[in-house]
Design a protein. Structure first.
Length: 368
């Protein structure tokens, strides 16, 4: 364990190649300022990369062509304040941070399991294009972030430096989420729909049960299509949220001890939005299904073994065909019951095969 770096009420440390950031501030601006300050103090390579002349020039060009579309996407004011704080502390232009936060290009595999002792595990591999995955692994350690803001739920997420939305995580009320892009769909854009990663953060900050989750999503229609695996430890229940601009579907899995998804909609209602369902997504879905049928309990080691599976090879076309593939740059287990994250410290793809899973005890840090 490396020495802890502190700033205001927040802190940062590296544990066996995994960065752990605890943000404990009184408002969103100060949260963002502490976030940026701690990454700068730690010498984070991705932040230095973003500040290089070459990358600033690239972002300037991309922003010029994308700026009109960016402002079609609603970002709640509190998250804009957090980005502004991060920008002030890091020296990265707010507009470039906004651009990085609103790019949504991930394809993942995820599952949840309720054990006989009522403990909840959620497993997730995050995939993207191989070239982008390699850049991210060269420039950043795996990053676990725990956030405490007055009046909001405590939550933990696996993230990327400078990202204020969430793609996954769990809160202190036992709600866990794992998000997945919907592949090969007919795209539709609705002005002022909310950034998908912001909707997911709202869920972690505000939801106490599955009903809350569904209501938050209905009140804040998401800009990007996708699938969200939802788990509630207290209710001992699961759900799948299928999101599409202007439409949504909630699949209740009450009474089922497991849930899983890849990158295609489950329901007939929502499958009409696919141009096609990718073969790779079907293969991963079928593999995950076979892991849980008739299974009574799932250990951490067994969950990690699932995340390491490469039975259909590691190559990607439009998506990966195996749970672990050449685009897998994050791999982790949430032990929601014990407030722990087990995350691969690998720096080569696929990361579950090229590193050790490091245990990070979370949330308790916020209560000290």
């Amino acid at each position: 364990m490396n020495n802890k770096i502190t700033f205001s009420g927040s802190c940062f440390e590296t544990r066996d190649g995994v960065d752990y950031l605890v943000l404990r501030e009184e408002n969103y601006y100060k949260t963002g300022f502490a976030y940026g300050s701690l990454l700068v103090l730690s010498g984070n390579k991705l932040i230095l990369f973003f500040k290089s002349f070459k990358i600033r020039a690239i972002f300037s060009i991309i922003y010029f062509f994308k700026r009109k579309r960016l402002y079609l996407i609603k970002v709640p004011e509190r998250y804009k304040e957090e980005l502004e704080g991060f920008s002030q502390a890091s020296g990265i232009k707010y507009e470039y941070l906004l651009l990085a936060n609103l790019i949504y290009e991930i394809g993942c595999s995820g599952f949840g399991f309720l054990n006989s002792d009522k403990s909840l595990l959620v497993g997730h591999n995050t995939d993207t294009m191989k070239s982008l995955a390699n850049i991210l692994l060269r420039k950043a350690n795996p990053l676990v972030v725990s956030v405490s803001i007055p009046g909001k739920n405590l939550f933990t997420t696996v993230s990327l430096p400078g990202f204020v939305g969430v793609a996954n995580g769990f809160n202190d009320k036992g709600i866990a989420i794992s998000s997945h892009d919907a592949g090969s769909i007919y795209y539709k854009r609705i002005q002022n729909n909310t950034s998908s990663s912001c909707v997911l953060r709202m869920i972690l900050e505000e939801a106490n049960n599955l009903k809350d989750v569904e209501q938050i999503v209905r009140n804040n229609p998401a800009y990007h299509p996708g699938l969200m695996l939802i788990a509630s430890e207290k209710e001992q229940s699961f759900g799948i949220l299928e999101l599409y601009p202007g439409d949504m579907n909630f699949i209740s899995l009450s009474g089922q001890t497991y849930v899983f998804t890849a990158n295609h909609y489950h329901s007939e209602k929502m499958q009409k939005y696919h141009k096609e369902i990718n073969a790779g997504s079907i293969k991963r879905y079928d593999f995950l299904k076979g892991c849980f049928v008739d299974k009574k309990d799932l250990s951490i080691d067994e969950a990690i073994t699932i995340l390491k599976n490469t039975q259909h090879g590691t190559k990607r076309d439009t998506t990966g065909h195996s749970v672990a593939n050449e685009g897998t740059f994050q791999s982790f287990i949430f032990d929601v019951t014990n407030h722990c994250v087990y995350i691969s410290n690998g720096n080569k793809v696929p990361v579950p095969l090229n590193g050790n899973f490091i245990k990070i005890k979370t949330v308790d840090e916020l209560l000290k």
